[in-house]
Write a protein that binds this ligand. Structure first.
Ligand code: ATP
Ligand code: MG
Length: 427
């Protein structure tokens, strides 16, 4: 016997029992994005390694420790995308989507990071990301936050998540702050962990991200970035807060919110939950006005965010929304041509309904058992007497009501009506 092969650690199958919830979530997300007039973009899963180094930043967790990087047969260094923003900017630049126009874009798909797998943290995970380009004011920041809030409402998660906000200022604000922070941290060098000491040299703002208790204690009295914001960043941030107040969106100002990627400036935000332990951030984003130019384009204002789909699924699974059964109608018969033909006619007459035709033979009893397991609301039975007389037996499986024989020509109208009635009862 040869050894069985398992999936790569941290890269999960999404099994048929789980996909209905994924599809339910994805359908709602694309409906909301559509309602805001956002367009989908699809980028490759693999990009030149250089793209991520230049955008995310060399001294970040992602680039230092988490990327899946390899040389292809040509010797070019490629990386499985750890996030979508860099690829989205690359694609927009490459195809001239940013010149003299605005864009509201979204994408979804797998991302790859070499992290320690645990609940809510995987090596292949899925994001739904949104990026907008060409709009400099806080109105678009607010629109994106309103969009996410509407999404939580649609998903029934609004009471599970809270919004945290901060401003990272302009790059010159951060430069002034960096000096003050470095001066402060140098005085407390002895209490800092090794990673933070290294970052102090190369990318001091990253020290704010440290989870080391010693470093965290030092950070408590460190200078605050919010005290170093210039007029432009300050008025942008105040503008955003005013728009959120006017829209009735609650938020918490969190001066410690810095985000793990270098390209952010001005607005940053996260939606967090305390229902998922340490993996509490379900959606994170912010403004990155510098990134397009950093990647060789013209300076272009931009804001975006990404949601962690697995974390949302974990939250939704606790709430158990009502999902569609595998089948609504299940056809039981020992006459395959008649059964397949009836199924096709029902699919013609009742678009959108899930019609499953029993295949694989078996006794009437075992077919009825399969019908029940499918979750179907009605079994449509073509027995010998029905076939002889051109009838179908309609048997309710989940609700009261007599089974009845109807002419084959009438069955679609009858079950179509019954299913619609049930839909309206459920609401
Ligand atoms: P974290 O602090 O949890 O590591 P992050 O700041 O690295 O998150 P982002 O790069 O901002 O995450 O990605 C946006 C969202 O994608 C996160 O808020 C989270 O919901 C999700 N996410 C990030 N990394 C993972 C992962 N390894 N597994 C599952 N979801 C993830
Ligand atoms: Mg991370």
């Amino acid at each position: 016997m040869s050894r069985k092969i398992a999936s790569v650690r941290g890269m999960n199958d999404i099994l048929p029992a789980q996909t209905p919830l994924w599809q339910w979530l994805e359908a709602r997300v694309s409906r909301v994005l559509d309602a805001y007039g956002y367009n989908e973009i699809r980028m490759p899963l693999v990009e030149p390694t250089e793209l991520f180094k230049r955008s995310i930043g060399e001294v970040t967790d992602i680039v230092e420790k988490e990327m899946y990087t390899f040389d292809d047969r040509n010797g070019d260094s490629l990386t499985l995308r750890p996030e979508g923003t860099a690829g989205c900017v690359r694609a927009c630049e490459q195809h001239g989507l940013l010149y003299n126009q605005t864009q509201r874009l979204w994408y979804r798909g797998p991302m790859f990071r070499y992290e320690r797998p645990q609940a809510g943290r995987y090596r292949q995970f899925h994001q739904i990301g949104v990026e907008t380009f060409g709009m400099a004011g806080p109105d678009i920041d607010a629109e994106m936050i309103l969009l996410t809030a509407r999404l939580w409402r649609e998903l029934g998660l609004l009471d599970q998540v809270t919004l945290e906000l901060n401003s990272l200022g302009l790059s010159e604000d951060r430069a002034a702050y960096r000096e003050a922070l470095v001066a402060y941290l140098r005085v407390h060098e002895a209490q800092l962990d090794e990673d933070s000491l290294r970052r102090l040299e190369r990318n001091p703002l990253r020290v704010l991200d440290s989870k080391d208790p010693g470093t965290r204690a030092v950070l408590e009295n460190a200078p605050q970035l919010s005290d170093y914001l210039g007029e432009e960043a300050r008025s942008h941030f105040e503008g955003l807060c005013a728009l959120l107040n006017a829209a009735g969106i609650a938020y918490r100002l969190n001066p410690g919110l810095v985000r793990g990627l270098d390209y952010y400036g001005k607005t940053v935000f996260e939606w967090v939950t305390d229902a998922l332990g340490a993996q509490g951030t379900v959606c994170a984003g912010g403004r990155y006005d510098g990134l397009v130019a950093q990647l060789g384009g013209k300076p272009t204002p931009a804001v975006g965010f990404a949601m962690g789909v697995e974390r949302l699924i974990l939250l939704l699974a606790q709430r158990q929304p009502e999902l569609r059964p595998d089948a609504e109608l299940y056809i039981v018969s020992s006459d395959a041509p008649a059964a397949l033909a009836l199924a096709e006619r029902l699919r013609d007459a009742l678009p959108g309904r899930r019609v499953r035709c029993h295949c694989g033979g078996g006794s009437f009893k075992s077919q009825m058992k399969k019908a029940d397991q499918s979750g179907a609301l009605y079994a449509l039975i073509l027995g010998e007497s029905e076939l002889a007389e051109g009838l179908v037996m309609v048997k309710p499986l989940r609700q009261d009501g007599e089974q009845r024989q109807v002419p084959q020509a009438d069955v679609a109208a009858l079950v179509g009506g019954l299913l619609t009635q049930i839909d309206t009862q459920i609401g």
